[in-house]
Design a protein around this ligand. Structure first.
Ligand code: THU
Length: 122
């Protein structure tokens, strides 16, 4: 859904990325129609920086959302490996992101992280 990616591109303008200068935006759309947004938030201690997807999913979680409540996520770029694990945790059925060539990709979180590790259950 290109509309969700376009919305993420608007949101990316608020990214705090003084070190990489790479602005990332993410938009979470819930099954009941709510929207939560996030950007990357960097830190002078680089590894402490936060990805846009985690910011947006964190906002949804803080509002009470739980895995299964997210219908779709739009992102300005292909999600990194760690964010794929987050998208999988939240069982996101549809992820839309802008590829480097400008096209829009559509995939489920499970597609993006095949043969996924999960916490063993007893
Ligand atoms: N970044 C994200 O926000 N999401 C991703 O999935 C990939 C990378 C951010 C982290 C850092 O602030 C910048 O992009 C450059 O790596």
């Amino acid at each position: 859904m290109s509309e969700l990616v376009q919305r993420a591109e608007e949101v990316a303008q608020n990214a705090y990325a003084p070190y990489s200068k790479y602005l990332v935006g993410a938009v979470v759309r819930t099954t009941d129609g709510r929207e939560f947004v996030g950007t990357n938030v960097e830190n002078a201690a680089y590894p402490l920086s936060q990805c846009a997807e985690k910011t947006a999913i964190g906002a949804a979680a803080t509002a009470g959302c739980r895995p299964g409540d997210i219908a779709a996520v739009g992102i300005t770029a292909s999600p990194c490996g760690g964010c794929r694990q987050w998208l999988y945790e939240w069982r996101v059925p549809e992820v839309f992101y802008r590829r480097a060539d400008g096209s829009i990709a559509t995939a489920s979180a499970a597609d993006l992280l095949p043969d996924t590790w999960e916490l063993p259950t007893e």
